[in-house]
Design a protein around this ligand. Structure first.
Ligand code: C2E
Ligand code: MG
Ligand code: MG
Length: 289
């Protein structure tokens, strides 16, 4: 019986695996088409100066309106795009779209100081092509290099074997800003902050969440903010969801910036434009933060 059950379990598992593989294969095929069919779109999430609620940036976050599966978020297709070699094309599309929107906001006189765009490890690894894309798209859209910020995670940097990353160096030379995304995970190395001229350190959401409950974590966040200040790097707390978190962060440093559902989730372009026209974010209790 045990053997039978074991076998059944194995079969059950194998069917699930098959389904997972099949799903990845279909998503991969659909993804190539998605780019030509205009199924991808961007949502934008404001980045906020905590002390006064001012919008200091907008982060572009990609979405996919799948013909049968509904709206998919990056976790559902970015890894697939990386696996099947579509990420370069997808990344170029995102950059083009985000910079084009930034230019429209500039022409309307409502643009934030920077538009933030996420970068995949594979884009950095295929760096020559990436530099070409960035340069060409800045020229095409007319957005200044220093109005573009690229989000790079520290796990990405940890996976790149080089002590210095010539692609990041080249981007910095061009004037493009680099933000270190999801900081506070297993790597949390200040090495990267010294090695690259990082303009923003983005403290990961689960870290901010735990800092609200745990004094030790709060101390660590305080230390991170302090070190960043020494290095002249601004801190963005990711995933700010409550007024308590906002208060805690402001108490740690009045210059802290934040991003999160407390202020606004990632929203469609029309809503993002409205928020930019207002200039600052009104929080949920109806008070200008
Ligand atoms: P990220 O760059 O760290 O972006 C923040 C993610 O957290 C977004 O999820 C955002 O919607 C979510 N978020 C923001 N505030 C809160 C909050 O207060 N609470 C909670 N629970 N979540 C919050 P999203 O849009 O699903 O993106 C996930 C990740 O996918 C991004 O993390 C980024 O690493 C990646 N990604 C997004 N767009 C792109 C892209 O165009 N290219 C690449 N390569 N990666 C992308
Ligand atoms: Mg990001
Ligand atoms: Mg992040």
């Amino acid at each position: 019986r045990a053997k039978e059950e074991g076998r059944n379990q194995y079969r059950f598992h194998s069917v699930e695996l098959d389904q997972e593989v099949n799903e990845r294969v279909t998503i991969a095929a659909d993804l190539r088409l998605a780019l030509t069919r205009d199924e991808l779109f961007l949502h934008y999430q404001p980045q906020i100066e905590l002390a006064n609620g001012r919008i200091i940036g907008m982060e572009a976050l990609v979405r996919w309106r799948h013909p049968t599966r509904g709206i998919l978020v990056p976790a559902q297709f970015i890894p697939v795009a990386e696996g099947v070699g579509v990420i370069q094309d997808l990344g170029r599309w995102v950059l083009d779209k985000a910079l084009t929107q930034m230019k429209l906001w500039q022409d309307e006189g409502v643009a934030p100081p920077v538009i933030a765009v996420n970068v995949s490890l594979l884009q950095l690894k295929n760096g020559t092509e990436f530099i070409k894309d960035v340069t060409a798209l800045l020229a095409k859209t007319g957005v200044n290099a220093n109005q573009l910020e690229l989000d790079v995670t520290e796990s990405m940097l940890a996976q790149m074997t080089l002590a210095r990353n010539p692609i990041l160096d080249r981007l910095t030379e061009l004037g493009v800003k680099i933000a270190l995304d999801d900081f506070g995970g297993e790597y949390s190395s200040f090495e990267y902050l010294r090695a690259y001229r990082v303009s923003h350190l983005k403290v990961a959401r689960d870290f901010i969440e735990r800092a609200g409950q745990d004094d030790e974590k709060a101390k660590t966040v305080r230390a991170i903010i302090g070190a960043a200040r020494e290095l002249d790097i601004k801190v963005i707390a990711e995933g700010v969801e409550t007024s308590e978190q906002r208060e805690m962060l402001l108490a740690l440093s009045p210059k802290t910036r934040g991003q999160g559902f407390y202020f606004s989730e990632a929203v469609a372009v029309d809503r993002a434009t409205e928020l930019l026209k207002a200039g600052s974010i009104i929080d949920r209790s109806g008070v200008t933060t």
